[in-house]
Each structure stands twice: as structure tokens, then as C-alpha cells.
Ligand binder design. Structure first.
Ligand code: AMP
Length: 407
């Protein structure tokens, strides 16, 4: 099935094509028609299934059909999500898929000064992505009104409850218009979630996608603690090993990806970057060169790597640690597919240790540390952490079990 067959309007189809999406994921092919016909939705889907586009695409389409020209824009769609990282990602997705619709977006979350956020809201936006606490704050201060919200999306509802946001959500429901379409996403559906959904949704259609969740214990994972300035040298060192026939290297930024490619090329290692600044055909060419092993190293940002599926990919290198824990699982899940061998190597500098902790919490295991390498961290963290690392380092090279979602 192609996106074309879901009756999606041309401006959105074009944006999706530019993102490299051709085929809808199961949650998308199920949810998009339901949302487009105006029905409430109860969706059981985890991060990694393509759930963001499953709500963003139809909501953008509904909003763009109903444009309010020449008026100050009003918040017509509200997306509430538990964490700042998710909020940022969701807004980025709306911007990407909606880039030809003329709709505007804003994102608000706590922990930072509110001024730039209130400034962004001043001229009015069509779509607001928010975490609950800051949303209520700005509502109470009168910066936001929700009386025009026609599409309300509650994302990661189970996590929201785990994080203690239930009262905030109830307060929010009290000020949302009754006449609205609501979409409710949760990775799990325990009774309290079903109850909450019952308070929010009206005659919902239900969809569920079970992630192909397999316990992959064939992925070997390693952490190298290394200062940023030594990451290039460490990568070159690792690539000296001829066993590493190909490697998919992840960087956080496009600029970072280009820099890594330059260094590798300078050392006669064939490498190409794949990121959002490259034209679609350049990306496709890079990918097919990598698949045929004409290029040994493909350097990618997360956005560009979406949808990359390379059989027999053995090495994934996290040149930068992902700042969203789920992304780690997503990245390393590209190796060790279909029973193939897989190794995931992560470079972690002092600042990135906080991300590592989040990742280890998510996967519920400690990732073995490569203690003796050429470029150890110069600035050690406080003693507490060092002890912990040593303890963890002593765990040896047992193969950790990771639950990796594939889609
Ligand atoms: P999500 O579950 O929304 O976090 O999405 C998981 C990943 O899948 C993200 O990296 C998306 O960009 C990517 N993605 C979503 N839909 C598609 C699609 N139809 N084709 C390829 N990649 C997709």
C-alpha cells in the first residue's frame, strides 16, 4: 500500500516523499482513514511504530481543509505529551509533514524560561504541542486559550500516568471544548488507561499494533567513554579492524555527519553522509552504495536514517549518544536483523553520560564498558560515577539482552 491510496492531499504527500516515506506503517494505514473521517481513536502503539505520523498527517489534512484566512490563528489542534524530548520531536514532525500546508506550530515545555514560548504564541498558531505542566501554567497566566481546539491528541498516555500527570490531564479536560475530535495513544492499555480513555473519547474506533518485539540477545553492545575531540580518532581506530566490513554511524547533527565523512575520506575510508540537507536521490544513491558495500561507512542523522533497512548490517556506531532513549533502541535495532550478528558501539563523552543513564533505564540493563582503549576520558566524573563504571566494567562481556522493536 502507498500513501497515495489513503486519500492524502498533495502538499502532505509531497512532504512525506521528501522524508523518504513511501509506504505507511501498519498504525498509519489503520489510523489515518479513521481520523480523516472524523472519528475518535483509541490507539495502542509504541514509539517506533510510526505513531506520530499516524496522528500528525490526518490532523494536518483536516486543519488545512478548514483554513481561517486573514484572521489571527487560533489553536485548533493540541497535542499533549509527557516529555520535552517527545514534544520537540512531535513538533518537528508536524513541521516536516506540514511544510507545504501553510499551517503554523509551536511547542511548549517546562524547565526553560517561558518568554520565547509566549512570544511564539503571541501571533497565534494552528497547532500546539505541549507538556502538561507548562501548558497549565501558560493557561493560568492567560497566554493560551483552548476554546478553539477541534483536535485533541493525548500521546503516550500510560507514561503520562506513570509520571503523575493525571491531575493535570483532568484539569485540562475541564477547559477543552466538548465538541472536538480526540485521539488517544498509549503503548499499553491497563485498566486505568482504559478508564481515562473513556473520559476523553466518544465512540472511538480502536486500533492496535503489536510491535514485533523480540528479545535480541545477539546484539553485542559496548560503551566507549571518550572525549568529543577524540571521537574521530577512536572511530578510525575501530575501522582499522577489517572485520568491520560496513558500519552505520549515527551523529546528532547534519553538520556532524558531514565532518565525520570528511575525516574518513581523508583516511581513504569510503564514506557518505545521509541527512535532510541532501536531495532525495542523493540519499537513495548513498544508501544503495552502502548496501552494495561500495561505500564502507554510511553516516546518518536519526531523521535521515528513518526507513533505512540494510540486510546483514553488522555494525552500528553511535558517534553521538542519542538524547532520546528510545532512539538508541531504534538505532541498534538496525543491526542483528533476522538472526544476523550485530554489534552496537557507543561513544559517550562526559556530558552524554546522562543520556546513557536514561538508555540503561529504558533497556533495563547496563551496557558493558570497554575500559582499555587508546582514548580514555581525560576528565573523569565525580568518584561516585567512576565507582559505578568500574563495577559495571567488571561485569565482563556478557551479552546483554535487549528488547528491540522492529517495524
Ligand atoms: P514514531 O513511532 O512516530 O516515533 O516513528 C518511528 C520512526 O519511524 C520515526 O523515525 C519516523 O520518522 C519513522 N517513520 C514513520 N513513518 C514512516 C514511514 N511511513 N516510512 C518510513 N519511516 C517512517
Amino acid at each position: 500500500m502507498l500513501f497515495q491510496s489513503l486519500n492524502i492531499i498533495e502538499p502532505i504527500l509531497q512532504a512525506l516523499a521528501e522524508e523518504g516515506y513511501t509506504t505507511p506503517t501498519p498504525i498509519q494505514s489503520q489510523a489515518i482513514p479513521i481520523v480523516l473521517q472524523g472519528t475518535d481513536l483509541l490507539a495502542c502503539a509504541q514509539t517506533g511504530t510510526g505513531k506520530t505520523a499516524a496522528f500528525a498527517v490526518p490532523v494536518l489534512q483536516l486543519l488545512s481543509k478548514d483554513k481561517t484566512n486573514n484572521q489571527k490563528r487560533k489553536i485548533r489542534s493540541l497535542i499533549v505529551t509527557p516529555t520535552r524530548e517527545l514534544a520537540i520531536q512531535i513538533e518537528e514532525s508536524f513541521k516536516a509533514y506540514g511544510r507545504y500546508t501553510g499551517l503554523t506550530t509551536a511547542v511548549i515545555f517546562g524547565g526553560v524560561n517561558q518568554n520565547s514560548q509566549t512570544q511564539a504564541l503571541r501571533n497565534g498558531v494552528d497547532i500546539l504541542v505541549a507538556t502538561p505542566g507548562r501548558l497549565l501554567d501558560l493557561l493560568n497566566q492567560g497566554y493560551i486559550t483552548l476554546r478553539d481546539v477541534a483536535y485533541f491528541i493525548l500521546d503516550e498516555a500510560d507514561r503520562m500516568l506513570d509520571m503523575g500527570f493525571i491531575h493535570d490531564i483532568k484539569k485540562l479536560l475541564a477547559v477543552l471544548p466538548h465538541k472536538r475530535q480526540s485521539l488517544f495513544f498509549s503503548a499499553t492499555m491497563p485498566p486505568e488507561i482504559i478508564k481515562l480513555a473513556g473520559n476523553i473519547l466518544h465512540n472511538p474506533a480502536k486500533v492496535a499494533v503489536t510491535p514485533v518485539s523480540s528479545t535480541v540477545d545477539i546484539i553485542k553492545q559496548h560503551i566507549y567513554f571518550v572525549d568529543s575531540e577524540n571521537k574521530n580518532a577512536l572511530l578510525l581506530e575501530i575501522l582499522k579492524d577489517k572485520k568491520v566490513k560496513t558500519a552505520l554511524v549515527f551523529t546528532r547533527t547534519k553538520h556532524g555527519a558531514d565532518k565525520v565523512v570528511k575525516i574518513l575520506l581523508r583516511h581513504q575510508i569510503t564514506a557518505e553522509a545521509i541527512h535532510g540537507n541532501k536531495a532525495q536521490n542523493a540519499r537513495q544513491r548513498a544508501l544503495s552504495n552502502f548496501k552494495t558495500q561500495t561505500t564502507r561507512v554510511l553516516v546518518a542523522t536519526d531523521i535521515a536514517a528513518r526507513g533505512i533497512d540494510v540486510d546483514e548490517l553488522e555494525y552500528v556506531v553511535n558517534f553521538d549518544m542519542p538524547n532520546v532513549a528510545e532512539t538508541y533502541v531504534h538505532r541498534i535495532g538496525r543491526t542483528g536483523r533476522a538472526g544476523a550478528k550485530g554489534t552496537a558501539i557507543s561513544f559517550c563523552n562526559a556530558e552524554e553520560k546522562a543520556y546513557l543513564r536514561e538508555i540503561e533505564k529504558l533497556i533495563a540493563q547496563k551496557i558493558p564498558i570497554v575500559a582499555n582503549h587508546l582514548f580514555p576520558l581525560k576528565n573523569h566524573e565525580p568518584a561516585k560515577d567512576t565507582n559505578q563504571e568500574q563495577k559495571r566494567g567488571n561485569q565482563g562481556h556478557s551479552r546483554p539482552r535487549v528488547s528491540v522493536r522492529k517495524h
